[in-house]
Design a protein around this ligand. Structure first.
Ligand SMILES: Cc1ncc(COP(=O)(O)O)c(C=O)c1O
Length: 390
């Protein structure tokens, strides 16, 4: 007798969508800490400082003023106006407030971007190693990520390498600069190569600029500012990193039609917008003087230099990352398999990192150490590493 499958089952399109191994490492660390161990937490990606008081006060004031009702699901007009001013001044992207949409963090912006551009079976070129959730976000939109090795692309030519990894089904390119986990900052010339390729093949670019304010060597450049790119680029941003607002879930996405209408629908039927008091905090955050952002950047640079010098001293080869706040050393000296290397460091030295394989095939042989922690935490981690190698 033929067995009938139960009707109580998960929608099939979620079968291939995974849970990030960053979350798995977070769970292991919580278990070790609960058992009384002191763990050097280098696995995270959250700023070392707290959300500035001014920004918190703006949310508190919004609550006191009873700004607790529905806001327009695309975001308050003053917020979208402030964002369009910021985009023109800082990114060279000229947009009207209607071409900006507030989202529940950068992750939501990326979700909307992929959902509004991909049809089932479309391929997406993704520079690898890449931020782990990207693969799952593409799969959740029923697309396929095609990994383009960043190191060889930069060595042998971006355009040539993209051609090599393309298929006729490629619809979009995921372009993240500064990159998580490698810290690569693409130059303007590289952005021009990606743009030329996108225009030639009539592709959409999804530009993830989460770390735009964290560039130590070189300069951040927004690909949407290039001629002919605004209409084919969806740029995503977050308040998480620059303003230390990870828990607020505040981000935005910038695009022209037809994508804006598509993403408005996605926001309307997913979250129906960002919490109203959070939007007031976002408006305040945008008033942050550039000097304050630069000061934080210098504090990150100090952390980067300390960690990278220590890693290299111990033979964990690590070129200084040009941006973001992660070091991505080669750890084959510990174990060729990065999952194993991460496990060994966690069990023997109580150092929590993320295995490079979580960031795509090109991440294998590496571990990601987040340096958005205090200088003392970095010193302690290096001391634990020294003891481990002794
Ligand atoms: C490359 C990249 N893009 C986007 C995000 C999204 O951040 P959030 O959802 O906190 O705004 C992150 C967060 O770690 C990231 O690393």
């Amino acid at each position: 007798m033929a067995t009938r499958q139960s009707g109580i089952r998960l929608a099939r399109r979620l079968d291939e969508v995974g849970f990030s191994s960053i979350v798995q490492m977070r769970n292991k660390v919580m278990a070790l800490r609960a058992a009384g161990h002191h763990v050097h937490g280098m696995h995270g990606g959250e700023p070392f400082f707290e959300t500035p008081d001014r920004i918190k006060a703006a949310a508190v004031k919004a609550l006191a003023d009873n700004q607790t009702r529905y806001a327009p699901s695309s975001g308050l007009l003053p917020l979208r106006e402030a964002l369009s001013v910021k985009l023109a001044a800082k990114n060279g992207i000229q947009v009207t407030p209607d071409e900006v949409l507030a989202t529940v963090g950068g992750a939501h912006a990326l979700f909307c971007a992929f959902q509004s551009t991909l049809d089932a079976g479309d391929d997406v070129l993704v520079f690898s190693p890449y931020w782990t959730p990207i693969g799952d976000l593409v799969v959740a939109a029923q697309g396929h990520p095609l990994q383009v090795p960043t190191v060889s692309a930069r060595r042998s030519g971006i355009r040539k390498t993209m051609e090599q990894f393309s298929t006729p089904k490629v619809r979009a390119i995921y372009y993240n600069t500064p990159q998580n986990p490698s810290g690569v900052v693409f130059t303007r010339a590289e952005a021009e190569e990606v743009a030329a390729f996108a225009i030639e093949r009539d592709l959409i670019v999804i530009a993830d600029e989460a770390y735009e304010d964290l560039v130590y060597d070189g300069k951040h450049f927004s690909i949407a500012s290039l001629p002919g790119m605004a209409e084919r680029t969806i740029s995503t941003y977050t308040f998480s990193k620059t303003y230390a607002m990870t828990g607020w879930r505040a981000g935005y996405v910038v695009a022209k039609e037809p994508f804006m209408t598509g993403m408005r629908k996605l926001v309307l039927y997913s979250t129906n917008g960002v919490a109203t008091p959070v939007q007031y905090a976002m408006i305040e955050a945008l008033k942050t003087p550039e000097a304050e952002i630069a000061r934080h950047r210098e504090e990150y640079r100090e952390r980067r230099d300390l960690l990278v010098a220590g890693l290299n001293e111990m033979g964990l080869e690590c070129p200084p990352p040009a941006g973001a706040f992660y070091a991505f050393p080669n750890v084959e000296k510990i174990h060729k398999n990065s999952e194993k290397a991460a496990q060994i460091l966690l069990e023997k030295a109580f150092i929590a990192t993320v295995p490079g394989s979580a960031f795509g095939a090109q991440g294998e042989g590496h571990l990601r150490f987040g340096y958005a922690v205090s200088l003392e935490q970095i010193e302690e981690c290096l001391e634990a590493l020294r003891k481990f190698f002794a």
